[in-house]
Each structure stands twice: as C-alpha cells, then as structure tokens.
Design a protein around this ligand. Structure first.
Ligand SMILES: [Zn+2]
Length: 190
C-alpha cells in the first residue's frame, strides 16, 4: 500500500510539474560557404531585407563560378537613391561625358531589389571593362545556375535592346510605375 501511494504521488507530481516552455527555434541562417569581401557585404546590406537572402545565394553562386575562371566577383552596387540614379542616367547624355550606362531614370536599384556585380582579375583589374566577352559568359553562367537553383532572379544580360550583363534583379512581377505608386503609398514592393 505504502509503495502504491509513493508511486501515485510521484506520478501526480510528474503530471503537475509546470510545463517547460517550448524553445522557439532560431531562424535558420543562410548557408554561408564563403565569406564575402567588405564591398560586397556593404552592398548586400543596402538591399531590401526580404530579398537579401536571395542575393546572398546569388553571390555565392557568382563567387563559385568566378573561382572556376580565376576571377574575383564582387557586388559593386546595389541600392541607389533616385538622385544617384538620375546622375547615372545623365552620364553620356545632355553633353555629359559618356558612355551611356543606363536606359532608365528610375531603376529597380532605387527600390533596393537590384544589384550589379563586377569581375576582377588577379591584379585587381576590372575585367568588365577590358574583357566584356569573358564577363558576359561568366554572368550568363551565373544566371543559368541561379535558374537551376530556383532563385527568383532576372538577368540584365537577357535584355535584347540594352543587355546589362552585370545586372541582376529580384523578380517581383511589378513594373517600375507600379512600384513607384506602391512606394508613394508607403507600402512595400516585395
Ligand atoms: Zn544594375
């Protein structure tokens, strides 16, 4: 009898023990195979928080493919203010020294959902300027791999009228004017 009571109280004690709060799982960090250079990190940080992981994955792909070619790939530009984009648009236009580098006055860069990469040689030389045939090939390979991995990315290299190989943007299925309208209302474009 005594043993039975002992067992019963033990059981009851077990049952009434305050339940431990379930530990909340930490949000998984993106897979980091490489450490990014300071310039890339700085630019990644200017992107919209909702697209940052997509661009981290894209940068990892870019760096891996770059290594295959003995080329260092960095993210050299991401977010641009409307003012900065306007300055860029004026390059090569209205009597300003060229070349023309963009066709748009307002770009997806202004909405923090686009990034430009740069290919650099062993001595730090900017290959996009000196060997654009090679860099176009590299960027196309990056895009193909990104597609294989299912990243929601659009590549400027696929544009017929003004191919922009170093340019990649997040596919949010919105036009620039739709995004302008959304931003005007203070809402998010992604
Ligand atoms: Zn761009």
């Amino acid at each position: 009898m005594f043993r039975f009571l002992k067992r019963l109280t033990a059981k009851l004690r077990q049952r009434w023990k305050p339940r431990k709060k379930a530990k909340s799982k930490p949000t998984p960090k993106p897979r980091r195979r490489h450490s990014f250079d300071a310039r890339t990190k700085k630019n990644l940080d200017t992107l919209h928080p909702k697209v940052k992981n997509t661009f981290i994955a894209l940068t990892e792909i870019a760096m891996a493919i770059g290594r295959k070619y003995g080329v260092t790939i960095k993210m050299i530009s991401a977010h641009r203010s409307m003012e900065e984009q306007k300055k860029l648009y004026n390059k090569g236009r209205y009597g300003n020294p060229g070349p023309i580098v963009t066709t748009v006055k307002v770009s997806r860069h202004c909405f923090q959902i686009a990034a430009d990469y740069g290919c650099f040689g062993k001595n730090g030389s900017y290959l996009d300027g000196s060997d654009s045939t090679l860099t176009a090939k590299i960027y196309t390979e990056i895009y193909k791999q990104a597609q294989k991995e299912g990243l929601p990315i659009i590549h400027g290299g696929t544009w017929k009228s003004f191919p922009d190989y170093p340019h990649f943007e997040y596919k949010n299925n919105l036009t620039i004017s739709q995004m302008k309208e959304i931003a005007r209302k203070g809402q998010e474009v992604v």
